[in-house]
Design a protein around this ligand. Structure first.
Ligand code: GLC
Ligand code: CA
Length: 604
């Protein structure tokens, strides 16, 4: 006993060394977890006005990293460029950034062809650059969301390379391989008439194993087989990897296309040809299959298991709210925010349509939060889709207001806040997006909405020091002042309109969390709505928003409307008014110039 006791208090030099080593190891482990924890639980303050989950009221900001800011002079934007502009994004007032894919990729579809889901493409930087971005963003209360491409990988992904190597490869069934049909000339033809949404047959023949593989997008983007549990497990692991690195959630790419019908029946042929010269087909055997909802529920569990209210946003295109509502899940257990493009992609400035869509979003989404999208990297910019060529600046303010003053979460696309224009290539040889090459000239591809962010009046708008940015910065004389530097200095700029709208949203509970009532039910030209918070107080009054969607000035009385809603007031205290003085408006005669926008607080 005694000797053993003595033994424990006196130790040999080798034991001391072991002990020191152990302590150092322990300290390292501790440091390791605490670094991981700070990343996994970044500094994400919510709004002081609500205890509801942050994403319900958030303003997201989509960055196409290739086109945001180049810092190493190669003409391609990078992660360090995004970090460099975080102060700008903070001053704009956004809550979170969605980064389109930054994983290693052959860049056929500019990142949407992923060859490694848990690394960073060297073109954009390193994993350290990524961690630094997450930390610096978090210091400014900005969250980072990744783009998760679940439907397909790159054909250069090791999984596909293995899968393509032989019919017996263990990964063969990770993708969708099928025999073709032998044509009259003895050559194999695709198993059915399914079309790729990016043009021509969705089946690509591979000579190595004499079978076709399925691709809903480019041939370089083979579809994964989501009926194989190993695929799901591998993808969920990738999701966990980024959750542990501190991302606040994901935008799920092309999520409606995960499953396709197994019996390979031909798609019904529809009248007419598409932009690629092929017959139009009904895509319901390739899109929106019910199986996808099981995957969504599983994914939501994974995301919910991480601390800090992570969020799933989905790329959904639906025409009916009844289809959109399914994506939230019957028990609110799928996506928190499937994208709602029903409003943003109408491409028509029609008050009746906006009113109907805004009402639908209130009444038909089972109490879920709509996420209105007007701009993204796949569509010409709303500036051009809604503008009439004369009043575009005023119309852009209306769009911003519909998006940010309605009861919804919002998502902006870089440059939307500046009024950047769509500048499609004028010559086929300049096209970068393969769609534009296959579809030229009917479809010029998506380069036009992906041109570099315009920061300043300097060469290449401050995007790069290179003489040849990956896409040209086409700053015309007409939009020479469309850049951050010029617009920050101009109190009437679109940028300042966006900034003020977001600020109002953050300051007024009525705007941030309040209910929404559409008014003026018959007018084609005027869109009016009221936002009211549950707790009305002197400092928290109902807010009235009026948009004149016509080229004529309008004057309207809102007195009867307010009476009907049981709201007492005689005038509106101006919160924001495009072009005009900030004088209060008499409720009996609210007056707006052509394409004017007005936000005012009801006062007695
Ligand atoms: C989504 C992306 C688009 C991409 C496609 C294939 O639609 O937004 O840019 O090309 O999916 O991944
Ligand atoms: Ca698929």
């Amino acid at each position: 006993m005694k000797s053993s006791h003595t033994h424990t208090v006196t130790s040999t030099p080798s034991q001391t060394l072991l002990c020191v080593l152990f302590t150092v190891l322990l300290a390292l482990c501790f440091l390791g977890t605490s670094v991981a924890q700070t990343l996994a639980r970044p500094n994400w303050a919510g709004s002081g006005l609500t205890t509801e989950p942050w994403w319900k009221h958030a303003v997201f900001y989509e960055i196409y990293p290739r086109s945001f800011q180049d810092t190493n002079g190669d003409g391609i934007g990078d992660l360090a460029g995004i970090t460099q502009h975080l102060d700008y994004l903070q001053s704009l007032g956004i809550d979170a950034i969605w980064l389109t894919p930054i994983y290693p990729s052959p860049q056929v579809d500019f990142g949407y062809d992923v060859s490694d889901y848990t690394a960073i493409d060297p073109q954009y930087g390193t994993m350290d650059d990524f961690d630094h971005l997450v930390q610096e963003a978090s210091r400014r209360h900005i969250r980072i969301l990744m783009d998760m491409v679940l439907n397909h990988t790159s054909d250069q992904h090791p999984w596909f390379k293995e899968s393509a190597a032989s019919r017996t490869n263990p990964k063969r069934d990770w993708y969708i391989w099928r025999d073709g049909i032998t044509g009259p000339d003895g050559k194999p033809t695709p198993p059915n008439n399914w079309q790729s949404t990016f043009g021509h047959s969705a089946w690509q023949f591979d000579h190595r194993t004499d079978q076709f593989y399925y691709h809903y997008f480019y041939p370089q983007q083979p579809d994964l087989n989501w009926r194989n549990p190993a695929v799901k497990a591998a993808m969920f692991d990738a999701v966990r990897f980024w959750l542990n690195r501190g991302v606040a959630g994901f935008r799920l790419d092309a999520i409606t296309t995960l499953f396709e019908s197994q019996d390979l029946k031909d798609a019904p042929v529809l009248p007419g040809n598409n932009n690629f010269g092929d017959p139009n087909t009904d895509q319901s055997l390739q899109n929106n299959l019910p199986e996808v909802h099981d995957v969504m529920r599983g994914l939501r569990k994974v995301v919910d298991s991480a601390p800090g209210q992570r969020v799933l946003i989905g790329e959904i295109y639906t025409e009916k709210p009844q289809d959109l509502v399914k994506w939230y899940g019957a028990r609110h257990d799928e996506l928190q925010l499937p994208m709602d493009t029903q409003l943003g992609f109408i491409d028509k400035l029609d008050a009746a349509v906006f009113r109907a869509k805004l009402t639908d979003a209130q009444t038909l989404l089972a109490g879920n939060t709509p996420l209105f999208v007007f701009d993204n990297h796949d569509r010409p910019r709303s500036w051009d889709r809604y503008g009439d060529g004369v009043h575009n600046a005023a119309i852009a303010r209306i769009i911003a207001t519909i998006q940010l003053a309605s009861q919804s979460a919002g998502i902006l696309y870089y440059g939307q806040e500046l009024g950047m224009v769509t500048t499609p290539p004028t010559r086929k040889e300049d096209v970068k997006d393969p769609i534009g090459i296959v579809g030229w000239p009917l479809d010029k591809g998506r380069d036009g909405e992906r041109t570099p962010m315009q920061w300043s009046r300097t060469a290449n708008a401050g995007f790069t020091t290179s003489a040849t940015p990956w896409l040209p910065v086409r700053v015309t004389r007409a939009n020479a002042d469309v850049n951050v530097e010029s617009e920050q200095a101009d109190p009437h700029s679109l940028l300042n309109w966006y900034r003020q709208l977001i600020e109002l949203r953050r300051e007024h509970a009525s705007l941030l969390t309040g209910t929404q009532t559409m008014l003026d039910h018959d007018s084609q030209n005027v869109l009016v709505w009221v936002r009211r918070s549950k707790t009305v107080s002197r400092r928290n009054q109902p807010i009235v928003i009026v948009c004149n969607l016509s080229a004529q000035p309008v004057t309207l009385s809102l007195t009867q409307d307010m009476l009907r809603l049981g709201l007492r007031g005689t005038f509106l205290r101006t919160l924001l008014h495009a072009d005009e003085a900030m004088a209060p408006q008499d409720l009996n005669a609210v007056t707006l110039p052509p394409f004017g926008v007005y936000l005012g607080e009801l006062q007695r």
